[in-house]
Design a protein around this ligand. Structure first.
Ligand code: PA5
Length: 446
């Protein structure tokens, strides 16, 4: 079961402040629980684990994967950006063999991503890959109008239609989008694509437990039912009001460090390389939910021990604006011991008989103590191991804590007005119809 440990913050905070922020977090919990806070038309994610397990979505995703299996599909291109990309990307990175791209085994197709950038070389190289493989595509966009995935989809759709014909393309392409609105919805209806719905009351960054995440994760060969069951356990834990609620504890402490100690940057850290993209998912969740109205903790990340050899100096000794949240994986899935060596030329015999993970955990503990000594508080969120069940717990825990934390901070957790600014400029510069005035105005600035 997921656990939160706040002992690494003890020397940085006063008991009275912990009490004050716990009370604030409980009030924010009540707002989320009652569903009467800002953005309350976007809290459908709260019951996604229980509702999805009770419904047919997993079965429907399986039907799609089975039909691709019959066709011997070996490459699924998942197209999406932001919340329509990061959940699936981080889950597949966390659960996959590290060297899957080099030594793909298993019988599930490889899932690769597109639409999360506008890199011309990226898309040309994707075409190179698709040319060698048996391809299907999942196109994901809640609004159905986002430029990056729309551009990638036009290219992948044309490729699939050209290679397999239009009728077969309609089986190989599946869309995940709004139930009624947007260009992707109308295009899918017209082309006869199978579509999955992103519920109206679930925003992109809270959508990993909808078909947005479940379909690509299942396509890559992972057990999404197990993931939903892990999330369900957290749905139950997080629903209980009280100081013991791990989401309340995490939300209270991070806001206390921010509000009272000037720690304006939170670094999500791990000692498990497969969690690198989990941090990307978390950064979007917290950055888009809290960074508004001139407020919010800046979410950053590091993967250790790798980044101790690049960012370690700053963390230990630089501007004291940081705190860390460690995602601690208690046990690895496999074991590897360091053997004794008769010659001991590398001087490592003191580690003989120890596992690599033991060394990693000593590095973790040593880092924690060093960073605390250097003035960096550390929160810890632990899971037992990195599998579907525990990943489901992490997803739900951080989503729920995010809702509580943003309400505590006093912002609407569920909108992202700031994301529009670059889009307006881009459309003006690309001369999109309807942007004529903006085009003229922006040209004068160049
Ligand atoms: O969290 C969000 O709402 C955003 O990151 C969106 O997911 C992202 O902008 C993609 O939007 P869409 O799914 O509408 O293409």
């Amino acid at each position: 079961m997921l656990k939160v440990d706040l002992k690494g913050c003890g020397t940085f905070v006063k008991n009275a402040d912990v009490k004050e922020y716990t009370d604030k977090a409980l009030a924010a919990f009540d707002t989320l629980d009652r569903g009467d806070g800002q953005g309350n038309d976007f809290i459908g994610w709260k019951h996604l684990p229980s509702e999805t397990l009770a419904g047919n979505i997993v079965k429907e995703c399986r039907a799609v994967c089975d039909s691709w299996k019959e066709r011997k599909v070996d490459l699924v291109v998942a197209i999406g950006i932001g919340g329509s990309y990061l959940g699936a990307k981080c889950a597949i990175e966390a659960l996959n063999h590290t060297f899957d791209a080099n030594m793909h085994r298993g019988d599930a197709p490889q899932v690769v991503f597109a639409g999360q950038n506008l890199g011309e070389d990226y898309l040309c190289e994707l075409i190179d890959l698709m040319n060698e493989r048996n391809v299907a595509c999942i196109v994901i966009s809640k609004s159905g109008t986002t430029t990056e995935p729309a551009v990638a989809f036009r290219i992948v759709k044309q490729f699939i239609e050209h290679k397999y014909g239009k009728a077969e393309a309609a089986v190989r392409i599946v869309a995940v989008t709004d139930q009624a609105r947007g260009a992707l919805k109308s295009l899918s209806t017209q082309e006869g694509y199978r579509t999955f719905v992103i519920p109206d009351n679930v925003g992109g960054r809270f959508s990993v437990l909808t078909p947005v995440g479940l379909l690509p994760i299942m396509a890559a060969g992972f057990d999404v039912e197990k993931m939903l069951k892990g999330a369900l356990e957290m749905e139950k834990v997080c629903a209980v009001r009280g100081e013991e609620n791990p989401a309340v504890q995490y939300a209270a402490m991070r806001n206390l460090l921010y509000g009272k100690t000037g720690r304006t940057v939170e670094m999500l850290i791990n000692f498990t390389p497969k969690l690198q993209y989990f941090a990307e998912w978390w950064k979007q969740l917290y950055g888009e939910s809290e960074g508004k109205d001139g407020k919010g903790i800046f979410p950053a990340s590091c993967s250790f021990t790798t980044d101790l050899h690049s960012m370690g100096q700053y963390i230990q000794d630089g501007n004291r604006i940081l705190f860390e949240t460690l995602v601690n994986v208690e046990k690895p899935l496999r074991e590897l011991k360091i053997e004794a060596d008769e010659q001991n030329l590398d001087g490592l015999n003191f580690l003989a008989g120890k596992s690599v993970d033991y060394c990693n955990h000593m590095a973790q503990l040593g880092t924690k103590l060093a960073h605390i000594d250097g003035g960096v508080p550390q929160l810890e969120v632990s899971i037992e191991k990195l599998d579907e069940y525990n990943l489901g717990q992490l997803f739900y825990f951080f989503e729920f804590a995010c809702g509580v934390s943003a309400y505590l901070l006093g912002v609407n957790p569920f909108n992202q007005p700031g994301v529009e600014a670059y889009k307006k400029n881009m459309f003006a510069l690309l001369e999109k119809p309807g942007y004529e005035e903006a085009t003229a105005a922006i040209r004068k600035r160049l």
